[in-house]
Design a protein around this ligand. Structure first.
Ligand SMILES: *Cc1c(COP(=O)(O)O)cnc(C)c1O
Length: 463
């Protein structure tokens, strides 16, 4: 008999959870009073809670279950690998077969000459690695003063001390003594909220040019790298104007600073290509991967590194004094490799891109006609809505930020749909295996949620 008590009633499970389990990104006083939702099983694009409610998972877990739930091949691969070799380290002149094969497959799939992988257990850890690796790269070239990593306000790069410092979330910096030194933040290309009277194209260019100004301000000899998510995910699915990334790339090339693309969400098919860097024509020197790498079935992340960075480290770097017990974990690597096989052989990325994403796009952009929606934006299988009491002015609500978003989020759950609220906006990032009838269900539910929220907001005088 194992220790997992799925037979307990929901209120008992919630009581135990409240007594003993501290949740990430949660106000525990509030959460314990409300009671957590206990998720007990999942299949395809759906999850079920302990009361038997079925929900369409519009977030693919936490942006990660790209192949959908319930893929037995991933279970079998994990079982077999655990029998064969459940763990061994990659520290002391050792390696393992799944880590070798996964690295070769990733090199084949990744754009450009990103042919090398340093493994981590998560996206946060991988970004910690990136900070140290970028600085160590410059030190190896005799330029140890090149330390500053330039990032953006409202970026999300993870939650460890270093990754949260790299991120630009003010509410995270406010706790625990962040940020660490030698990280700097420039504007995000968030036209809807910050673009004012500029066109999206003008605004995109202006935001990107802040990178050049910041390099000039700090001095080129101080700057190691720029990091950005091709599309900001947790920040609210912020899809940059077309002018943005080409200008960032130009500036990184001009000053020869490393470009780090954080592909933790965008990677593995989310934006319509295997990587967001392909969608936006970015040529990263380092790429952060996690989440969709294993479709979330086991924790694994990593840094993909270009030939020239790997060469400098190999020829001049000496020992890179960095690594994790679970770097290249054989079971996680085996599951990730099988996940890539499924994505590849079943043409899930192509099908999502060619058939499902365009179908979803039509329906999603239609939502912009709703009186509550200020903007609908979508790229591949990730999308966002901005809520507003006044469409033409892109006006914010007068209620505290997040009130309108949370009203919609709660109606979504009531309607059997998981959707996330960011500020007064809504975002989705569904499994890539969504079918057309499931897209219909999703769009229909979002429409209903907006209607219900609209009625409630009118009642409460928010409009
Ligand atoms: C989720 C996320 C991370 C952090 O990954 P964890 O596995 O939660 O540590 C980093 N970067 C981006 C863009 C993310 O979305």
């Amino acid at each position: 008999m194992n220790y997992i008590h799925n037979h307990l009633p929901t209120d008992k499970l919630q009581a135990l959870d409240a007594a003993h389990h501290i949740h990430p990104f949660s106000d525990m006083g509030d959460l314990n009073a409300r009671g957590t939702r206990v998720i007990t099983r999942a299949d395809g694009a759906y999850i079920w809670d302990s009361d038997g409610n079925k929900l369409l998972d519009g977030m693919a877990g936490l942006w990660c279950v790209n192949v959908g739930y319930g893929r037995k091949e991933l279970v079998d691969v994990a079982t077999n690998q655990m029998m064969q070799l459940p763990y061994y380290n990659s520290f002391f002149q050792s390696t393992n077969v799944p880590a070798i094969e996964l690295s070769a497959k990733l090199a084949e799939l990744a754009p450009g000459d990103l042919n090398h992988v340093f493994y981590a257990g998560s996206g946060s850890e991988a970004n910690d690695t990136n900070i140290r690796m970028a600085r160590h790269y410059w030190a190896s070239l005799g330029k140890p003063s090149k330390k500053v990593i330039i990032s953006r306000h409202n970026a999300y790069h993870g939650s460890t001390v270093a990754a949260a410092s790299l991120g630009g979330m003010a509410f995270m910096h406010a706790q625990g003594g962040l940020p660490i030194p030698d990280i700097s933040h420039i504007a995000q290309p968030y036209w809807y909220a910050e673009g004012g009277d500029l066109s999206p194209e003008e605004f995109g260019l202006k935001c990107a040019q802040e990178l050049e100004a910041e390099i000039e301000r700090l001095g080129e000899d101080k700057v190691a790298a720029f990091i950005g998510e091709p599309i900001q995910g947790a920040g609210g699915v912020i899809i940059p104007p077309e002018t943005y990334w080409p200008e960032i790339q130009r500036i990184c090339d001009k000053y020869e600073i490393l470009l780090i693309a954080d592909e933790v969400i965008c990677g593995f098919g989310r934006t319509g290509n295997w990587f967001g860097s392909q969608t936006f024509n970015i040529r990263p020197d380092i790429m952060t991967i996690a989440k969709g790498l294993s479709s979330g079935y086991l924790p694994i992340g990593g840094s993909m590194v270009s030939d020239h960075v790997a060469e400098v480290l190999a020829q001049k770097g000496g020992e890179f004094a960095h690594g994790y017990t679970y770097s290249g974990h054989p079971v996680a690597a085996a599951v990730a490799l099988e996940n890539l096989r499924i994505l590849d052989e079943e043409k899930i990325v192509e099908r999502a891109s060619n058939e499902i994403a365009p179908y979803l796009k039509d329906k999603w952009l239609d939502l912009a006609n709703h009186p509550l929606v200020g903007e609908a934006r979508i790229c591949g299988m990730v999308a966002g809505l901005e809520l507003t009491p006044d469409k033409t002015a892109r006006a914010p609500f007068k209620t505290p930020l997040g009130t309108a978003g949370n009203i919609c989020r709660d109606f979504a759950i009531e309607n059997g749909l998981v959707m996330r609220a960011v500020r007064d906006g809504l975002i989705i990032s569904p499994p890539l295996v969504l079918t057309k009838p499931q897209v219909d269900e999703l769009a229909e539910k979002v429409g209903r949620v907006l209607d219900q929220a609209h009625a409630k907001m009118r009642q409460e005088g928010m409009l």
